[in-house]
Design a protein around this ligand. Structure first.
Ligand code: G3H
Ligand code: 13P
Ligand code: ZN
Length: 309
């Protein structure tokens, strides 16, 4: 099945009270693990590529790997640019075969964010590509942009209708308390479901996106710590909260850190327990398998996207 946009995925997800997982990809093992999980769970899936991933793996290599994955898979797959921060990177990805782009203007003023997002939407829509915008700022690190806890600002529901109307975006990322990375909460995890409810009321039927939505699997944290790592303060978004968000207007849930943790746990364990091995396939195989299992778990127990093709 060729790459698709997210339009139909989101319509069905909104109706059905579930969400589509958007997983970050950087190399062959990650692409294989995610798409094999989607195939086995009969789940639509979004593969997303950050500017950092394009720098690491090279646009052409990523496109060819994804092309191969799509040939091997018969579930709907969308290819999305994660956190595009300029018109130019969005245009390059639109011209280069992506079916969806994010223009992240969240660090600009409201009006500048609208202008930039609208420019991307016009070009994307002319080319059959859909666009995700962002309103409100997440705490933590977004690609090269460093937003401190103090500066973090939740999405203002009073602004969402005007933003969507003036830009023409197809989906909207909002800030309700999640953040990127493996250290999301210092105390008890708390999400502003009141803001999500308000946004949903102002934009009925419109797909909302949740960034920074890794749960930071305790088992993987323990394994990393056991085999020489030190990430004891890691804390993610409880799965029950993600389930609740998915049953509301949230149609896309972004997950990267959980994949990183799964792979790192598997690699550390394999190398520590097998000091005489030196064939990379011997640690990349369990890494790919472990990330595949976590993606399957998300689809079935968190997103609810299994069996929805
Ligand atoms: O939100 C950012 C994603 O986790 C991608 O991270 O920029 O290190 O590839 P990256
Ligand atoms: P996590 O760091 O919580 O996995 O979030 C990833 C993300 O939002 C990518 O855009
Ligand atoms: Zn993000």
């Amino acid at each position: 099945m060729p790459l698709v946009t997210t339009t139909e995925m989101f319509e069905k997800a909104y109706e059905g009270g579930y969400a589509i997982g958007a997983f970050n990809v950087n190399n062959m093992e990650i692409i294989q693990g995610i798409t094999e999980a989607a195939q086995e769970e009969k789940s639509p899936v979004i593969l997303q590529v950050s500017a950092g991933a394009r720098k690491y793996a090279n646009h052409t290599y990523l496109m060819k790997l994804i092309e191969a994955a799509v040939i091997e898979t018969d579930v709907p797959v969308a290819l999305h640019l994660d956190h595009g921060d300029t018109f130019e990177i969005c245009k390059t990805c639109i011209d280069g075969g992506f079916t969806s782009v994010m223009i992240d203007g969240s660090h600009h003023s409201f009006d500048e964010n609208i202008q930039l997002t609208k420019q991307v939407v016009e070009y994307a829509h002319e080319n059959g590509v859909v666009v995700e915008g962002e309103l409100g700022r997440l705490a933590g690190i977004e690609d090269d942009v460093n937003v401190s806890d103090v500066d973090a600002s939740f999405t203002n529901p009073d602004q969402v209708e005007e933003f969507v109307e003036r830009t023409g975006v197809d989906s909207l990322a909002i800030a309700i308390g999640t953040s990127h990375g493996a250290f999301k909460f210092k105390g008890e995890p708390r999400l502003r479901f009141d803001i999500l409810k308000e946004v949903q009321k102002r934009l009925p039927g419109f797909p909302i996106v949740l960034h920074g939505a890794s749960s930071v699997t305790p088992e993987h944290v323990e394994t990393i710590n056991k085999y020489g790592g030190n990430i004891s303060n890691a804390k993610g978004v409880p799965e029950s909260m993600l389930r609740e968000a998915a049953s509301m207007a949230v149609c896309k849930i972004n997950i990267d850190s959980d994949i990183r943790l799964a792979m790192t746990a598997a690699v550390r364990k394999q190398i520590a327990e097998n000091p005489t091995q030196f064939d990379p396939r011997q640690f990349l195989s369990p890494a790919r398998e472990t990330l595949k299992q976590i993606v399957k778990h998300k689809m079935v127990n968190v997103l609810g996207s299994h069996g929805k093709v």
